[in-house]
Design a protein around this ligand. Sequence first.
Ligand code: URA
Length: 229
Amino acid sequence: MPAERERMQYLEALGIDVWVPREQAGQSVPDLVEVAVTADEPVPDWTELQASVAGCTRCPLHQCRTQTVFGVGNRDADWMIIGEAPGAEEDRRGEPFVGRAGKLLDEMLRAVELDRSTVFITNILKCRPPSNRDPAADEAAACRGYLERQIEMIRPRLILAVGRIAAQQLLHTDSPLGRLRGRVHTLNNGQVPLVVTYHPAYLLRSPSQKRKVWEDLCLARQVVQESPT
Ligand code: URA
């Protein structure tokens, strides 16, 4: 199947009208909003980091996990996708976004001609909070060094923060997601652009927001295309 037709099918699966991207095409990337993130963790390499995460007991979540969920994908990825925390299926399989929301995330990625092997996908928390409750502040703080080191090592050209929790945690803000999406933020002293979008689990409940997600994906793709290689 020709690539363009395949892409149209993914867009259709997302409920997105195919004329939407053309409206986006002429827009330039909005001004950057600076957010500094500093890493004060020791500097393990990838294997050491994986081992640290696997054996982590920094917060009480280690007591109820089946296993940690480090992240999956390409360590040289241009795109890094950051969600909230593993759910039941992710805890069981040790991989992020493998449940229903994960399937929709895969569709979102395919709409911009990506798949999970070409991006890197991880979460704010590496362990599942019981009953899928929101991460507690101390849990997110305990896990933060791991994520910062992943970002440093992957050096993505773009971070896509999916959902309110990921966006607020990464940007150190309480602003609602609707105010965070639609512009380009940065992490690490302006080195890493970050775009915010809705969580696929929210999209499953509110499919009418899919168009906004498409706009966010187009913005993210534009940032990657315009960033220096
Ligand atoms: N939701 C998330 O935010 N992350 C996952 O890995 C799964 C569901």
